[in-house]
Design a protein around this ligand. Sequence first.
Ligand SMILES: [Zn+2]
Length: 279
Amino acid sequence: MSNAMTVDVEDWFQVQAFAGTLPRADWDGFERRVEANTDRILAMFADAHVKATFFTLGWVAERHPALVRRIVAAGHELASHGHWHRLVHEQTPADFAEDIASAKKILEDIGGASVQGYRAPTFSINTRNPWAFDVLEEAGYRYSSSIYPIRHDLYGMPDAPRFPYRPGAGRLLEIPMTTVRLGGRNFPCAGGGYFRLLPYQLFRAGLRRFNRVDAAPGMFYTHPWEIDPGQPRVAGAPAMARFRHYLNLHKMPSRMARLLRDFSWGRVDQVFADALAGA
Ligand SMILES: [Zn+2]
């Protein structure tokens, strides 16, 4: 069984944890590290013979078109993380429609590949904004991977389905982030900050259990800034945001290498091809 390997392509100053400290109007003034970091990830995937899905910000694609073309040329799936990394539940349906349409067009024009997938910034589709799924479908997306069925202070929808489902009026497929169910509770097993916080062996046991007990492919995500201990430190950000963002960055390259070895990985559109086709 293959699991889906995904990367949310954004830079260190675009993460939600720093949104209150680093306003969007200032983004163009910051040192951009996303291209070099994504190239390192591309090299890791090439070494491990892994194809993946890259949920890329339109903002990043506009400034790094050659990177987008390298992602496509290496056989990876190009997908959308929206344009401005705005939380979906802080946008009107009209603003959201514009953000996701603009990102899709920019990515397709630059990458020369069709963009079918979308991931909401900080998993910000939830019970407050179910309309988002129909807006995605109208914009031409075929799937979303935006729901994390866990309880968390910043995101999560603990009662959402744990497996692919069609949440809107049409055919759009939501592919939730992986959780391990134990004692009536969902535990996160999809990457991100938890992957840096918990011992690697615990994560590996969780994903193995999910593949075995739930007999389903998992969904893993990481970010280019997670392998970059040299990124500028955002001194003014809240202590919890800083703790989560900078924790164990130096351990990531070796952890990712093990993860790529210990499981079989693929692109979202291929790993979930049956679900997408409706089988
Ligand atoms: Zn993001």
